[in-house]
Ligand binder design. Structure first.
Ligand SMILES: [Zn+2]
Length: 553
């Protein structure tokens, strides 16, 4: 690198450092933000432009076994959305599940420079890392699925608490993951093993293991905190999508006590009503709980109208939804992995009651939550919609007139069940958008050098031309810099970048391998020695430090 750059006359939005729209110069040297650079530095004139840190996506699905299956399942979406190569970028295909190259480039065209793949079965770690290495421009990492792990379940059942913590630390190292992900905790294994048995209650006994979802959730929240992971347990609650599931969501948040916890795509978990009947909105109750509990954070999982791909490690819910897809295609897979998987091509439509309600609940959560640092933006890409719909979502949050027009176009029976009918007047400011799209997710992920523009921060910078139409403004930044390298200039690609894999490596006692190895030899189709991802498998990567373990002997 070594390049020096001074960006002049732009309006800076850097909420982590309390900078709210001040016009000031920003200097870059060797890939970092610096105090100043000499007169020989290259200059970017940014008058009339807004400068923000690069976007950080805390929850998306962009790599790994289920993502690849979803690509194979929808060849038509590639045929109709071809991205040709340019002098700087490689070719690819789009649709709701773009190819690896196109995923990286499209994030860059929105001004995003970091994205976290949110659900990988441990045995799929190598595959995921290969795809992430192949995803250009952005830094990236993944969350490893440990909420339906047979060996961990046994350790929980037998109360072997210390070994549980050691085993989780071993698994995080073996996969090079970023944090622990729970999906339908405790619910996938019985579904796979007992003729699609469905676990609906947090205190329901999971027969094959003699434990409950509550035990799985509380133990893994504790372990994540004890290991000092930079991001806490990332939880997709039980009963996703079911009417009445807000009770499960509230109870899951309560279980954390004062410990940090992140509830993902919380929109899909904010439904009232009787199970099996039409859902209602419980967004106000969920928002109130989050408002009152600073240990809890969430991402919204906004639904956006149009094509999506339901893609989840929650195998039972995909199995249940399989008839609701936009065509006959559906996959349940990965049943042999330490998790599950389901994929359904889908389309959200304005006139359908449930879809309109889901869209409205997402907006309610954004508008009713007081602290934008803890309710950050996601569509659970590609579940609620593609990440390419973020600019439209930003306009919905920033522009009340636009929002009110859109509200009129959707199923009114659904709108009447929500507080949107009361005319929520809040409009997000640019500062709040900077929080929910970059500063907030970076802070929740514990990424100290991202999401801000203070001295020492990574020079991941996005420069937008100001525009009344916020969708237009956020769709095509004028400049995007990654680690100080100019990737996009005047809306065109001018460079490429590999990006780093972000992962943790918490310390563990190697004695735990004596517990894990025999289990492998009895049950796995892969030898223990071949399972863990080794250093030589990683190309550009960065280990994010864990805090000192709390009270761990
Ligand atoms: Zn997800």
């Amino acid at each position: 690198m070594g390049s020096k750059l001074r960006i002049v006359n732009g309006r800076l939005y850097d909420p982590a450092n309390g900078v709210d729209g001040e016009v000031r110069d920003l200097c870059v040297e060797d890939g970092r933000i610096v105090e100043s650079v000499g007169p020989d530095a290259k200059k970017i004139e940014a008058q009339g432009m807004v400068i923000m840190p690069g976007g950080v996506d805390i929850h998306c699905h962009i790599a790994g076994p289920k993502v690849n299956l979803a690509r194979k399942l929808q060849p038509e979406s590639h045929r109709y959305d071809v991205q040709p190569r340019t002098a700087f970028t490689r070719s690819g295909t789009g649709g709701t599940v773009p190819s690896t190259f196109t995923t990286g480039y499209r994030y860059a065209t929105l001004g995003y420079t970091t994205a976290m793949e949110a659900a990988v079965p441990p045995i799929g770690a190598r595959h995921t890392l290969e795809e992430l290495h192949d995803t250009p421009v952005i830094d990236k990492g993944f969350y490893v699925l440990l909420g339906n792990n047979v060996l961990l379940n046994q350790l929980m059942k037998e109360g072997r608490r210390d070994e549980l913590r050691q085993a989780v630390a071993w698994w995080l190292n073996a996969t090079r993951a970023y944090t622990i992900k729970l999906v339908n905790p405790g619910g996938d294994e019985p579904w796979k093993g007992q003729r699609n048995a469905v676990i609906t209650d947090l205190d329901q006994n999971i027969d094959s293991f003699d434990i409950t979802p509550r035990q799985v959730i509380t133990s893994l929240i504790e372990v994540a905190n004890e290991l000092g992971l930079p991001h806490p347990a990332h939880i997709h609650c039980n009963n996703l999508g079911h009417s009445g599931n807000y009770k499960t969501t509230l109870e899951t948040m309560r279980m954390a006590g004062d410990s940090r916890v992140h509830i993902t795509h919380i929109q899909f978990h904010s439904y009232g009503g009787e199970p099996g009947k039409n859902p209602t909105s419980m967004a106000p109750e969920i928002a109130a709980y989050v408002n009152d509990h600073p240990n809890v954070s969430a991402d919204v999982g906004q639904v956006m109208f149009g094509k999506s791909t339901i893609m989840t490690a929650d195998a039972p819910v995909a199995h249940l939804l399989r008839r609701l897809g936009s065509d006959k295609r559906w996959v349940n897979s990965d049943t042999e992995c330490e998790s599950g998987c389901g994929i359904i091509p889908f389309s959200y439509q304005e006139h359908i009651y449930t879809h309109a309600l889901q869209w409205a609940i997402g907006l309610e959560l954004f508008l009713l939550t007081k602290d934008p640092w803890r309710m950050v933006l996601s569509t659970d890409h590609p579940n609620g919609g593609s990440f390419m719909s973020y600019p439209r979502l930003i306009r919905l949050l920033m522009d009340r007139d636009f929002r009110d027009e859109q509200i009129k176009l959707v199923n009114q029976r659904a709108i009447r069940k929500t507080t949107l009918a009361d005319g929520l007047s809040r409009e997000y400011t640019l500062n709040e958008i900077a929080i929910v799209t970059r500063a907030g997710p970076a802070r929740l992920l514990g990424l100290k050098n991202k999401g801000h523009l203070g001295v020492g921060a990574e020079a991941d910078i996005t420069i937008y031309e100001e525009d009344e139409d916020k969708e237009k403004m956020f769709t095509a930044p004028r400049y995007v810099l990654k680690d100080g390298k100019l990737i996009i200039e005047d809306h065109e690609f001018r460079g490429d970048n590999e990006g780093r894999i972000l992962h943790v490596a918490p310390a563990y006692d190697p004695e735990i391998e004596k517990v894990i190895k025999p289990f492998f030899e009895s049950y796995y189709s892969i030898r223990f020695e071949n399972y863990a991802v080794t250093d030589h498998y990683l190309r550009a990567h960065e280990e994010i430090a864990t805090a000192k373990p709390m009270a761990a002997e």
